[in-house]
Design a protein around this ligand. Structure first.
Ligand SMILES: *[C@@H]1O[C@H](CO)[C@@H](O)[C@H](O)[C@H]1NC(C)=O
Ligand SMILES: *[C@@H]1O[C@H](CO)[C@@H](O)[C@H](O)[C@H]1NC(C)=O
Length: 546
């Protein structure tokens, strides 16, 4: 389909009317490509797992059995671990805390192996990390943000009832965490651990005996409180309270597995409180064809898929709508940006996840605009100079940048003589909405109610130099993700309902809006609140729902 200029104008007018996320500014920044910035060339470890906390610090960790990292534990400490597979005594760190404001970091100490683990932040802001490998596979570890420089990990050995290696986590409306699957674990359990293990046949059925292809299942919590689980090519709706599968959705049409090692990624598109009944729609992009992992082991790197699928889970009879990305992609991260668009970043064009199994890095992020006309949804951004292959990760930062790090497709730190050397750097990608040319219309939050009660009114005051109109204002909250292995666990966005806008002066305004309606829509905890004005977001402000 092609359009002439008048039709395009009419269409953009149509989308302006029908989608609050789209405004007249979209076409102007659609042509821009964002900017990369190298934050740190060497943080000492590889950013395999990342989580932003509400003190604007990022917990980063890799694994303890990689050998020596490039950052020492402070105070001459060493880890004595006779079960460690690489070093019995290791005086280097495998976790750090990165401070966004000062672009600095300090070493943290994990005692047991965190390799290929999962996590979620509970309502009080503590990160609960679950599982890992070897002596760490039944361990949970907590990290509580502190405003001093000494807090560190606390470990609880033998906490989990099953080994959780390549599992996925999700925070639940009642404050628990559900921990789903893991290698040869066809079951789930909860944190806090009171109730033991629950079998899930779906995980056994989707386990591919040659290639697995169902590890790190994609989990999304729906507005009705049930959990959407996608593994391999299939998906279900799980009532975890009754251990009952209440629905199975159609298979994704092209038979390409989407989970590790055929690693694609997935997001729950923004939940919008403005539309009456809240619709929930899942987007899955990338992945690798069946057999790709085995072929990669023999040195044949098959092209990854370039397809994405969208499924409106809340429909009576949902069916997948397929779309095509500008390139094929595997091991790419997908993040919700403050605008409600999705960035697809990192990964390669061929092969799969796993040690040395991927090739052809895709260094150009792509921004996907879910509510645009299908022909205009993907925009390719400027390239990074760093390949981000297996064991890379990405998260959204408070100010709307995307933090990118990691890449270590090797069983140890390997810097020379390999196709993709271990990467210890951290970069930030600034999407086009951060461009200085939008300074005059960028909102700046001046004050706000820091607690958003369910269904309760709250207000935000903000400054903007050049106010456009009430119709281009929007307010939304984003739950920061625990990202690893290309899946951003727990990430969600809720677009809130604005009830009034007061103009205090020509450049100062106050909006009143309503907090998320239920804990199913936004489980209690810390979120980043963004005000959008003409599709240009403010910096995020931390709020607490509940
Ligand atoms: C990190 O690497 C540099 C350069 O190879 C080396 O000089 C330094 O000793 C390393 N530091 C640690 C703690 O391993
Ligand atoms: C927050 O919750 C965690 C996990 O349940 C708990 O370990 C921690 O003590 C709590 N922190 C505070 C400050 O209450």
């Amino acid at each position: 389909m092609t359009f002439n200029k008048t039709e395009l104008l009419l269409l953009s007018f149509f989308f302006t009317l029908h989608s609050p996320a789209i405004s007249w500014t979209t076409p102007s920044y659609a042509g821009r490509q964002g900017e990369w910035c190298l934050l740190q060339s060497n943080i000492g470890i590889t950013a395999m797992h990342m989580q932003l906390l509400h003190d604007d610090k990022v917990v980063i960790f890799d694994r303890t059995d990689f050998g020596k990292s490039n950052i020492s534990l402070p105070g001459g400490r060493c880890r004595n671990d006779n079960k460690d597979m690489a070093l019995g005594v290791d005086c280097t760190a495998h976790s750090i805390l990165y401070d966004i404001a000062t672009n600095s970091y300090r070493a943290l100490m994990v005692q047991t192996d965190t390799w290929c683990s999962s996590g979620a932040v509970v309502s009080n802001g503590t990160l609960v990390q679950t599982g890992g490998y070897n002596d760490g596979d039944h361990v949970i570890r907590t990290f509580t943000p502190c405003f001093n420089e000494i807090c560190d990990w606390t470990e609880f050995k033998n906490y989990l009832s099953q080994r959780r290696w390549y599992a996925s986590d999700h925070i639940l409306p009642d404050g628990r965490i559900i921990i789903v699957g893991g290698r040869r674990q066809f079951n789930y359990e909860f944190y806090p651990s009171l109730s033991g293990t629950f079998k899930l046949k779906f995980l056994r059925e989707t386990y591919d005996h040659r290639d697995e292809n169902n590890l790190y299942p994609f989990l999304h919590l729906l507005p009705d409180g049930n959990l959407f689980i996608f593994a391999n090519t299939r998906s279900i709706l799980l009532d975890y309270n009754q251990n009952r599968v209440i629905r199975e959705f159609p298979r994704i049409p092209d038979d390409v597995p989407r989970n590790y090692p055929s690693t694609g990624s997935s997001v729950l598109l923004p939940l919008d409180e403005n539309n009456g009944r809240i619709e929930a729609e899942v987007l899955i992009c990338g992945g690798a064809r069946r057999g790709s992992f085995q072929r990669a082991a023999r040195g044949h790197f098959l092209p990854a898929t370039s397809t994405c699928g969208r499924l409106v889970i809340t429909d009576q009879n949902p069916s997948w709508v397929m779309e095509t990305m500008p390139t094929s992609r595997v091991m790419s991260d997908m993040l919700l940006l403050p605008t409600g668009d999705v960035i697809i970043i990192n990964g390669g064009r061929s092969g799969t996840a796993g040690y040395d199994s991927g090739r052809d890095p895709v260094t150009t992020p792509v921004i996907y605009r879910p509510s645009e006309h299908p022909d205009w949804r993907f925009s390719t951004m400027s390239p990074s100079s760093t390949p981000r292959m297996y064991h890379s990760s990405a998260i959204l930062l408070t100010d709307g940048r995307v933090l990118v790090g990691g890449s270590n497709p090797h069983p140890a730190y390997s810097f020379t003589g390999v196709v993709f050397p271990t990467d210890l750097s951290l970069e930030a990608f600034s999407p086009p909405y951060l461009s200085e040319e939008y300074t005059s219309i960028r909102p700046r939050i001046l004050s706000l109610d820091q607690t958003l009660g369910y269904g309760k009114k709250f207000s935000v005051s903000f400054h903007v130099d050049e106010y456009l109109s009430d119709s281009v204002l929007s307010v939304r909250i984003v739950a920061p993700s625990f990202t690893t292995h290309s899946f951003a666990m727990n990430q969600r966005m809720v677009v809130l309902r604005i009830i009034s806008i007061t103009h205090e002066s020509s450049d100062m305004h106050t909006l009143s809006a309503v907090g998320p309606s239920t804990a199913e829509i936004a489980p209690a905890g810390y979120y980043l609140l963004f005000v959008l004005h003409g599709d240009i977001p403010s910096t995020g402000a931390w709020v607490k729902t509940g």
